[in-house]
Design a binder for this molecule. Structure first.
Ligand code: SAH
Ligand code: SF4
Length: 439
């Protein structure tokens, strides 16, 4: 979602004459779009600000201004502290106010020109106003695009900052989403990924006042000319309805890949996390989905070392992973986040124990990912070509199962294939990507 938000910031600044640069040195405006989900991500902001200070000083010596803005969820959570800790930051804005970036930048420059100290802080959570402004912007020509349809969260898992930083759960209006989708298709987008912190809790209202869920929305988007692939992320097991499982069975544009975070395998831990599902209900969703779409590839998120997690609890996570067999996954050590209930729990797990558990879990997940990738050897897959490859003899694309594919070009050129879905015969596998030749 931060990638999506960053692209929209570029869109809103374009009419002001700003464009993206490859390097930050000498830029007129630097925006740090931050993530607060784990401590490591949040800490990066302050080290980045340190690096930027030198660039800002150098520009000042040359008689020019550099505006430094910090946006995103760290800004939302710690805006006042950033202002205090880092006086060189000119603007602090939250994830729901970035449509106001041009106004904030111009105001900051205006204040600077008058020799005044320019500090602007805007962390309002008025999400509908943001989308209304963003919908007015044009889109860049490209093959794949993100489209935010839902934001925020009301689930309050005890470890998570999202409900505090992105705000309450919000679904965009159906007609706005469809309008944006048509704009993307007209700009040549072949694959659209619908985004939301709880994307499958989507319940947008149509112009006629009817409430649509994600299944109905996907079915409508699949009819738009040009869209050949639809994905959605991130889903919560709680909102994985039968209607949504059916979409995987009978909408050919809906890709056979689902990211469905479980977090842990122990019911005691899931309860303490306030996850609303247990391991059995999660496994039932997977079994039902596999009945409807046997080749579906599954991905998940895991947290190890949540407060109170014993060796036995952790083994239950390993057991669940063995049962599901993931094609890819994201796994993290629990990171206490200020203001969340879990951070105040007394039974925090020792760092060394969490690290050892994470190593074991990641080894198992890597084994499964390798096995999944290797199972493609000898098969022909439809690959959407997205970017140049690692060498000038290859191009990069994605399989329907979300695998990264390196394709040997042969006589073709990247230009010929860019944005096209081509048949690729898979020759090699491995843990991180698969490799093949045009079939
Ligand atoms: N809405 C999604 C997840 C959004 S956050 C869901 O409910 O599954 C993305 C991932 O970050 C989470 O799935 C979780 O695995 C991880 N995460 C969130 N808070 C965390 C924390 N405090 N420590 C470690 N990992 C965390
Ligand atoms: Fe965070 Fe997801 Fe839980 Fe919401 S459902 S609180 S976003 S982990």
């Amino acid at each position: 979602m931060n990638v999506y938000d960053t692209e929209r910031m570029v869109d809103v600044m374009a009419p002001e004459g700003y464009e993206e640069t490859d390097t930050p040195e000498g830029a007129d405006l630097i925006v740090l779009n931050t993530c607060h989900i784990r401590e490591k991500a949040a800490e990066k902001v302050y080290s980045d600000i340190g690096r930027i200070r030198k660039m800002k000083d150098a520009k000042k010596k040359a008689g020019e201004e550099m505006v430094l803005a910090v946006g995103g969820c760290v800004a939302q959570a710690e805006g006042a502290e950033i202002m205090k800790r880092a006086p060189i930051v000119d603007i602090v804005f939250g994830p729901q106010t970035y449509h106001n970036l041009p106004k904030m930048v111009n105001q900051s420059l205006d204040l600077k020109n008058h020799g005044e100290k320019s500090r602007i802080l805007d962390t309002d959570l008025a999400v509908d106003e943001k989308f209304e402004q963003l919908s007015k912007k044009g889109v860049k020509k490209k093959a794949t695009a993100f489209l935010t349809i839902q934001e925020g969260c009301d689930k309050f898992c005890t470890f998570c900052v999202v409900p505090y930083t992105r705000g309450a759960e919000y679904s965009r209006g159906v007609d706005d989403v469809i309008k944006d989708a048509i704009k993307l298709a007209e700009a040549g987008v072949v694959e659209v990924t619908l985004l939301g912190q709880n994307v499958n809790a989507f319940h947008g209202v149509s112009a006629s006042g009817e409430e649509w869920g994600l299944p109905q929305l996907i079915r409508a988007l699949a009819k738009i000319d040009g869209f050949e692939r639809i994905r959605y992320t991130t889903s919560h097991p709680h909102d994985m309805t039968d209607e949504l499982l059916d979409v995987h069975a009978d909408v050919k544009e809906c890709m056979p890949y689902l990211h469905l975070p479980v977090q842990a395998g122990s019911d005691k831990i899931l309860k303490a996390m306030n996850r609303t599902h247990d391991s059995a209900s999660y496994l039932k969703i997977i079994a039902d989905l596999r009945k409807k779409r046997p080749d579906i590839a599954l991905s998940g998120d895991f947290i190890v070392g949540f407060p109170g997690e014993t060796d036995d609890d952790f083994e239950k996570t390993m057991e669940l992973v063995r049962k599901v067999k993931y094609s890819q996954a994201y796994s993290f050590k629990y990171s206490p986040r200020p203001g969340t209930p879990a951070a105040a729990m007394e039974n925090q797990v020792d760092e060394a124990i969490s690290s050892a558990r994470l190593t074991r879990l990641q080894a198992l997940l890597k084994e499964q990912q390798t096995e999944f990738n290797n199972s493609m050897i000898g098969k022909t897959l439809c690959v959407l070509i997205e970017a140049p490859g690692k060498t000038n003899k290859t191009v990069f694309g994605r399989s329907p199962y979300m695998q990264a594919v390196q394709v040997t070009l042969g006589d073709a050129s990247y230009k010929d294939l860019q944005g096209k879905i081509v048949d690729v015969l898979i020759k090699e596998g491995g843990p991180f990507n698969i490799q093949g030749v045009l079939a």
